[in-house]
Design a protein around this ligand. Sequence first.
Ligand SMILES: [Fe+2]
Ligand SMILES: [Fe+2]
Length: 312
Amino acid sequence: MSESQSHLPVLVESLKPSDSLPFPLYVLLGDSLMLFRTQRDRLAAHDLEELLRAEKVELVTSGERSDAYLPLISDSVKSVVGMPGMPRERLGECYRRGLVAASHILANAETEAGYQCAENLTETMIELLDQCAHEYAATADLMKTDPNFAEHALQTSMLGMMLANAVGYPHVAQLGIGLLLHDLGEVALPREVRECRTQGERTRYESHPRLGAQLLAKAPWCSPKVVDIVLNHHERLDGSGFPGGCKGSDLSPAARIAAIVEAYDEGVSGSPRAESRKNFAVLQELLVRDAGKFDPDYLKAFVRLQAARAEA
Ligand SMILES: [Fe+2]
Ligand SMILES: [Fe+2]
């Protein structure tokens, strides 16, 4: 790290929950500098626990967002593939590093470097998910219940790629990238808009898929399949979704997979619009309350994956 970037070291042991720090926060692990959090006002208690658990952590902060560390973050994610240990341990490490990468990807999604980082993360996850093909339970257990954008992005991406494998959908990498970026248009919305307490707030919230797709469609390196997922992740088979109210054959297989895993992860993780619910309750909602909204074959395959998790 060059002096000109003027990061300030922070002694992790001296921090208290709710401490106010300039964001974004980076964590120095050996030679790698990784983004820890991009956009919180204060340090949450669970952030602090996570930092104190990690060994040899130095926290640095500049108060400025930068894409200068994207290559470092990409390399740090890719290096997990060659690490010693059981496949599920590598997948766990990939998930931890992937959370850092996902927050950085969302902060830089419209840049080529940000997109490249999403490609690298997806490629690494595909390789590790392949090695853990029969470990759905272990993979799903990595997932947190916290309505943080990076966690929701990474979790829907991993769930989507697992469902894609289960149903034989071929474009797994584009699906993974599309799900990492699916809420790009929502990231900039204030929390009160995302709570949708008034009709005006709901209308603004419902424009987020279009906003995200518009941002990405301008980028020549972005696959149209990725834009399709970002635009259509809230569309429903019966036409009750948004922003376009598309239905049936208008929706691509990727958009149908995205709709299921997104609704599921939002249900179990919670959102500004609803409390989190237990895994079984969310599946029941998707199957019964929301009957007709999701592709029935893909939904059955997803429920089978979840059932395998319950049995493991
Ligand atoms: Fe989402
Ligand atoms: Fe969304």
